[in-house]
Design a protein around this ligand. Structure first.
Ligand code: SF4
Ligand code: SF4
Length: 369
């Protein structure tokens, strides 16, 4: 008698992870992917929620939007682009050869528990790094190797306005897996072929009928919820029309401290600077985040600065997101409505009020002229 073949476990497209099993499942996934989860950390200055690589000690925290988006998973705050070394040419000692060493390191990655607005941030950045004039191979390799398991958002607060900029709490554009958090655990649904490996590695059962019904109700509620009431129509014309009206920019940004936190917490701010660090004949080319809200960002070698005051810099930040980017990329607004810049600004500058103010001044100017 031939031994019975071990039955191959069917890959479920929908599974249920009981709350108490979550860390066990994430640990299993960590053997195949670098798994990032939002975790809460507290200090004497308060608390923050940040995406960190999962370890068995991690306590994933899903009940508030993370303080920092998972931007650094694809666009690290600092990275080595390549290393180099000058060596004497053995045939002609008056010459030097340059040896370059590539450092692209895109391991298989899973971001577990991002919000729809976080993923939308990458969908927006793709226009620049993947579809623009230049292809960024570092961004591309990480983007291709990263999967997003995205949480249906049930925790919007007063600063959120994702529905005003094309997203929403149930939006799954750019995501591979939908996570719906229910009272007993998490329903995971694969949204494309890439998800199959993750779903299968979880080794979990499909949800019961009741768990499925629960998840569906939560998804429906999220789909029907409108978060935010900013009307972005006409923002392109308003920014162009009020570009030279420094009065309106003063009204908006006079209190700005140029601290740059709004750009650091923003999923769609991607400015970077490039520097070389050299020791002897060896060196590294580094890329690190920069901020258009900093005075030196646009300072030229001659000392001239085309954006000398915070007013021009704030105008640029708002203009980039609501005017220049949509003009260049087929109407896409470069803001995912996550509200982080509003929550983080130490002087309470609110980008929604700023857009509304520019539009209001522009429409009044149009009526009068
Ligand atoms: S967070 Fe506020 S104060 Fe700081 S640079 Fe941005 S707008 Fe200015
Ligand atoms: S501009 Fe503000 S609300 Fe818009 S994506 Fe950036 S941080 Fe979020």
């Amino acid at each position: 008698m031939t031994p019975a073949k071990k039955a191959k476990k069917k890959i479920e497209e929908k599974i249920f992870i009981p709350q108490e099993k979550l860390n066990e499942v994430l640990e299993r996934l960590s053997k195949h992917f670098r798994v990032w989860v939002p975790v809460l950390s507290s200090s004497s200055n308060g608390w923050t929620v940040e995406f960190r690589p999962f370890t068995i000690e991690s306590e994933p925290f899903f009940t508030r939007q993370s303080t920092m988006p998972p931007k650094s998973v694809i666009l690290p705050q600092g990275e080595t682009l390549f290393q180099y070394e000058y060596v004497k040419n053995s045939d002609d000692p008056s010459k030097q050869d340059l040896i370059l060493k590539e450092t692209i390191n895109a391991e298989k990655t899973l971001v577990f528990g991002a919000r729809p607005c976080d993923v939308r941030g990458f969908v927006i950045c793709d226009w620049v790094f993947l579809r623009g004039l230049y292809l960024d191979v570092y961004y591309k390799s990480r983007r291709e190797n990263t999967l997003f398991a995205t949480l249906v958002c049930q925790d919007a607060d007063d600063a959120c306005f994702c529905s005003s900029v094309g997203g929403g709490p149930g939006d799954m554009e750019g995501s591979d897996i939908r996570i719906t958090s229910t009272s007993e655990g998490f329903v995971l649904e694969g949204l494309n072929d890439r998800a199959k490996e993750v779903i299968s590695l979880c080794e979990c059962d499909p949800p019961s009928e009741e768990q499925s019904r629960d998840a569906q109700r939560i998804q429906e509620e999220a789909k029907n919820r409108i978060i935010g009431s900013l009307d972005v129509s006409g923002s392109v014309e308003a920014v162009k029309g009020q570009f030279q009206n420094m009065g309106v920019w003063r009204d908006i940004a006079e209190s700005c401290l140029s601290c740059g936190v709004c750009t650091y917490v923003c999923p769609t701010c991607y400015c970077f600077t490039i520097t070389d660090e050299i020791q002897g004949l060896k060196g590294e080319r580094l890329r690190s985040w920069d901020s258009c809200m900093f005075h030196q960002y646009t300072q030229e070698a001659s000392g001239h600065n085309p954006r000398p005051t915070k007013l021009e810099r704030y105008r640029n930040r708002l203009g980039h997101k609501f005017c220049y980017f949509p003009l260049r990329y087929g109407g896409v607004i470069a803001c995912c409505g996550c509200g982080r810049c509003i929550r983080s600004c130490p002087v309470s500058i609110d980008i929604r009020s700023a857009v509304e103010r520019v539009k209001e001044v522009h429409s009044n100017a149009c009526v009068c002229s």
